[in-house]
Design a protein around this ligand. Structure first.
Ligand SMILES: [Zn+2]
Length: 239
């Protein structure tokens, strides 16, 4: 049997903070591509950043660059960086990956570039002139076994990611469209950081349908500290 096409091989869950749990993800392909999903908090966080007063500061772990180094990877080894959205806990180190092609939903990029205050605080990190962006519109197969799922509601143009692994099967990374397992229901309410309830519910229904249709083997929720205790974290991986 010969398989020459690039296939998704491994998924690493990179835990950069606890309480709340804040992840990045690394996908590796059979032809040696490294795809990073999100980059975590910026250097120096939380000093000087506006935060919700009723949230405790996150317990930071090693940042994404340090954890990639433990996997033998330098920032320049990252080929693609999937930007799920530009919140402070997701886009704080994008500027440390200038060689990667950054992939974001056009609607999200244009909103943020237009100066939306929600994304302005860390603009220097995602709007560095050295960064190259690929703008996508809606659901997009980025490469074989790696799909971007448009899931507005938390923010306009938020994207979740479906990773089809050879042994585990399809894994859905909901990111912030569904931060906790307990809100993975059609009639959920808005959380404090969600932008639009109607879109949030539509995106949730879309993901519930996808889980059933694609027989998703594992759903990883965006900030679910309880679930994270049960998951394999880098340097371990799912294959
Ligand atoms: Zn988040």
């Amino acid at each position: 049997m010969t398989t020459s096409a690039s296939q998704v091989q491994r998924l690493y869950l990179i835990h950069v903070a606890t309480s709340p749990s804040v992840p990045c993800y690394l996908v590796q392909t059979s032809d040696g591509k490294n795809v990073l999903i999100d980059s975590g908090f910026p250097e120096g966080f939380p000093q000087g950043f506006q935060r919700s007063p009723n949230l405790p500061p996150p317990q930071l772990r090693k940042n994404v660059v340090e954890q990639l180094a433990e996997l033998g990877l330098q920032p320049d080894d990252i080929d693609l960086l999937i930007c799920t959205h530009f919140d402070v806990d997701h886009a704080g180190r994008h500027d440390q990956f200038p060689r990667a092609e950054h992939v974001v939903q056009r609607a999200h990029y244009e909103l943020a570039r237009g100066g939306h205050p929600r994304f302005a605080g860390i603009r220097a990190h995602w709007d560095d002139p050295a960064l190259r962006y690929r703008l996508v519109d809606g659901d997009t197969e980025l490469l074989a076994g790696l799909e971007l799922i448009e899931t507005s509601g938390h923010t306009p143009g938020h994207q979740a990611v479906l990773v089809r692994l050879p042994q585990t099967g399809p894994v859905l990374l909901t990111i912030d469209s569904v931060p906790f397992e307990r809100v993975f229901t059609p009639e959920r309410e808005k959380g404090p950081f969600d932008d639009n309830l109607e879109q949030l519910r539509a995106s949730t229904r879309k993901l519930l349908d996808l889980v059933e249709r694609e027989r998703v083997a594992l759903v990883v929720f965006g900030h679910d500290a309880e679930q994270w205790k049960t998951l394999k974290k880098a340097p371990e991986h799912y294959s």
